[in-house]
Design a protein around this ligand. Structure first.
Ligand SMILES: [Zn+2]
Ligand SMILES: [Zn+2]
Length: 90
């Protein structure tokens, strides 16, 4: 092995390994975001007194959650989040 002339080759190997690791981290991050978005977030209902799933107040349908409100999956409009059991705002 001629170690004197392996500079560029080693550089390419290191770059591709770093690139691969970055790609892997990105894929893991994207996967975690995906899993987190699929998992229904539970809220504490004051009336029921424990963690419950939430639904939209307009159609009592599942919601795509935003901060402090949600998008009704039924009518695709903004809605308030209500308890899936007692239909009271959470
Ligand atoms: Zn409730
Ligand atoms: Zn609706």
């Amino acid at each position: 092995m001629d170690t004197g002339d392996s500079g560029p080759f080693t550089c390419v190997v290191i770059l591709s390994v770093v690139g691969l690791i970055l790609l892997l981290l990105l894929a893991m991050y994207a996967y975690q975001r995906y899993v987190a978005s699929k998992r229904p977030i539970q809220h504490l209902c004051d009336y029921c007194g424990h963690m419950v799933n939430v639904v939209s107040d307009c159609h009592h349908a599942p919601v795509k959650e935003k901060f402090l409100h949600g998008i009704c999956r039924d009518c695709k409009k903004e809605c308030r989040l209500v308890c899936a059991r007692c239909k009271r705002p959470v």
